[in-house]
Design a binder for this molecule. Structure first.
Ligand code: C5P
Length: 224
């Protein structure tokens, strides 16, 4: 058993990819599997937290005693997070949110256009930055975001910490030539705090990464 560092704490975690509908049978999504978010939820329960998992995936099994709230797209995720964050002690956004959604999702399947040009234009509209919005409205909650980057990881993560005004950013390298990041079982992350501290963690399983990250977050006081 683990030290109950999150006993009596309510933790809200988002996990998985957003799906932005184009029509009833098509959508825009990304490579996030939800594995890191589920690992974060599992580790938080081991440390004694009361966990709510806001999830877009049905492929993974939620840890027992976790309250699961499903979402499909960014706007649904925003609504769920805004409701759940109110009573939370820790809010962690692990979900990979689409920066844009389809401006006019069609109610019927879009048909191939046979007699016109060979181009079809899809209009996109910016999604809200959910984490930034939650951080702007927060009371005492500790806000934690992720930064998945293919280059200049720490610089981008540091900029994100300041732009979104969050307490922690967990930075991880993603991309083709990495054994870490989206849809892998291992990860190598660095935690950046609003106090300017950095905690690089070794390459290890997502579950070990999650456990180490929660231990650092629960035990590092932030003077703001
Ligand atoms: O801005 P960027 O997508 O790189 O930031 C990543 C972090 O912000 C993640 O924690 C992600 O869940 C969150 N995010 C969000 N709303 C968005 C985009 C990202 O909450 N529209």
């Amino acid at each position: 058993s683990y030290p109950q560092l999150l006993a009596n704490k309510k933790v809200v975690i988002s996990a998985g990819a957003t799906k932005e509908r184009i029509d009833p049978v098509r959508y825009i999504t990304n490579d996030s599997s939800g594995k890191m978010g589920y690992a974060m939820a599992t580790a938080a329960t081991w440390l004694g937290a009361d966990v709510t998992l806001v999830s877009s995936t049905q492929r993974l099994t939620a840890p027992i005693n976790t309250h699961v709230i499903p979402f499909e797209n960014a706007l649904e995720l925003q609504t769920a997070m805004e409701t759940e964050a109110k009573q939370a002690d820790y809010v962690m956004m692990v979900a990979a949110v689409s920066d844009y959604r389809v401006a006019h999702p069609q109610e019927q399947k879009i048909k191939k256009q046979h007699h016109q040009s060979n181009q079809l234009t899809l209009e996109l509209i910016e999604n809200p930055d959910i984490l930034k919005g939650l951080a702007a409205q927060k009371n005492q909650q500790i806000m934690i975001g992720f930064a998945a980057e293919t280059e200049n990881l720490i610089e981008h993560a540091q900029a994100k910490l300041q732009r979104k005004k969050v307490d922690w950013i967990i930075a991880n390298q993603v991309g083709k030539n990495h054994q870490t990041g989206f849809n892998t079982d291992d990860n190598q992350v660095t935690l950046l705090s609003a106090n300017g501290e950095r905690f690089p963690l070794p390459l290890m399983s997502k579950l070990e990464t999650a456990l180490a990250a929660w231990q650092i977050i629960a035990q590092t006081p932030l003077n703001k």
